[in-house]
Design a protein around this ligand. Sequence first.
Ligand SMILES: [Fe+2]
Length: 220
Amino acid sequence: MPEKQRTRRLRKYEADPKCSISAPSNETMQLLSPFGPLIAKTKLPSELIEKINLFADQHISETDSTEFMLPEEIVFGGAPSLADIVGRLINNYVKEAEGSQLDRAIYEVFWIVSQYQNTPSPVHFHSGDISGVLFLKVPDEIDPSQEERNYISGRKAGYLNFIEGNKQRFSKSLLSVKPEVGDFYLFPGWLLHGAEPFIGEGERRSMAFNATLKVKYTTT
Ligand SMILES: [Fe+2]
């Protein structure tokens, strides 16, 4: 492969030298966090959440944790459709993360995960290039002592835990986020994540998806 083309293809792995994780607390020092996977967080419209929940309500169990796929009419129906909204976000993510233009996202599957107390979601990764998690319902009440209950390395009960790398000094390897209805996270499909079981009444419901991406050829 010609050197010029190889350089262009590798540019997406270069971090932004201006990246900063915090305003410096010490005027003489600035903290940069240039490495690692990018996770996008946004909020999806409440009408969309209601639409997905209306469908899911007909398929969940009142007592047992379950998973099931979303049919095409829920994914691609409506204007804008769930696929349209997610597609626009993926487009922004790819542009920000790699500086490249998305040609198309090929969705493999959208599915619902409905969980009640004591159900673990062991650490795993997804297929495809990019994945997402949308929170649709959170438990009515997590026992406050349980919400603060920490599993190994600070993973909180019922939270979504992203794990990258190992325990390395001066490097972060865990992000533990609280589920909030409407919050939507986009992340690389290879990124390890999971959830520890919560104790409390009610359902923890989320939607996930996997997609492979085709990026437009670029000469710049
Ligand atoms: Fe997952």
